[in-house]
Design a protein around this ligand. Sequence first.
Ligand code: ADP
Length: 483
Amino acid sequence: MQLVYRSLLQTGYFINNNWQQCSENRFAVTNPATGAEIATVADAGVKETGEAIAAAEAAFPAWSGLPAKERAKLLRKWYDLIIAHTDDLALLLTSEQGKPLEEAKGEIQYGASFIEWFAEECRRVYGEIIPAPVADRRFMTLKQPVGVVAAITPWNFPVAMITRKIAPAIAAGCTVVLKPAEDTPLSALALAELAREAGLPDGVLNIIPSTQSAEVGKILCTHPAIHKLSFTGSTGVGRLLMQQSSSTLKKLALELGGNAPSIVFDDADIEIAVKGTLASKYRNAGQTCVCVNRVLVQRSVYPAFLEAYSKAVAAFKTGDGTAPGIQIGPLINKKAIDKVQELLADALNKGAELVMGGHLHSAGPLFFEPTIISNCTADMTLSHEEIFGPVTAIYLFDTEEEAITLANSTEYGLAAYFFSKDVQKIWRVAEKLEYGIIGVNEGIISFAEVPFGGIKQSGYGKEGSFYGIEEYLITKYVCLGNM
Ligand code: ADP
């Protein structure tokens, strides 16, 4: 990996704008496409977490006291630097995470767009004047930053999952302690280097890469100086963090697992349905929480859908994401490969039909063939769990009612997609689907301008949009009496 700007490869933990190393305690970051070690990174533990929290706490009064316009200026500088270094950041991202370089560039731009958006939004954080029911009182509300924020993020979007949380937090006037995923800490550290160069004051952003997630997580949940915890990851860990946070009644935002259906109705434009489902399913080799997990196809259009869909899947190029034209990279680690193989074996045992793929890919031990299985049923484990790999599971249905019941028969409620040209049906189905994010005739639906977040066991809290900054604000009511 050859970066043009070498300073983007940082391997320390980051507190008060200083890079510090734990020379005794380090962990290796490897490239999932090649297995090669990229770097070793400081493994921050209990002591370093305490230092990071202290730094964030000390920085809070001055940062929250700055006019929003000043905070916005610094965020905008940070955004400009990220955009200027897109190529290097994308290469770093692909090297530690595996997604194709073009997708990585897309993520840098998407990730940066949250910094741009919240730099704009923070200047429009308004309180209210509320009419009083009595003559001598005047009421108002003030919006103020919640305080020190902790963020714990996953490996599937090593840049965007971070900026979606820390950009609104920092814009609102909060200071941050971030623990990035242990598989992909380098992108987080590169963002921090650019934040430092943009002039973010000491202690506003602190990053503790760590393999000791349980210990560090416990401190972030229980420390009284932290007022909000934002987490993206698995539902199991989300539940644990919520439990641990009860002692300090922390505000929480939990963006957890999904089980997205993509419903292809018989009146859909099949070309659009194929394109939209593919885009959502195979993005990041199937490793996103809004990736299609179940494709529900109305029986009469199944032959036409399958023909076009499998033709497109057969044409995918799988390999090292830095090679030109690659569309499917490796999975993140061996655990992910094992899970895909187990889910597939279970489905095939229970009667699913293998249409294409189904094996490890010759590109290397962490690559899996783009796969399609059909005739899937509710008793298969992949009907209830995230596949997180390049496997399409197709289910057949006959009626709209059946499709909605099937789509909603999951504990999750993050994203759902459906394809239809009937405007009444579109409205009806959108209302009935129990999901926080709905794509109609479209598979790529995330933008900084819109609210991202789930319902049911997919968690709560919104990222992006004007709701995104609300997450990091408190509303204070002020009553002026004897007026
Ligand atoms: P995944 O299975 O996709 O890796 P996880 O929920 O395990 O999802 O990981 C998401 C993030 O949560 C990562 O940063 C990981 O280090 C962190 N994490 C995992 N376990 C814990 C825990 N017990 N406490 C705090 N953070 C954790």
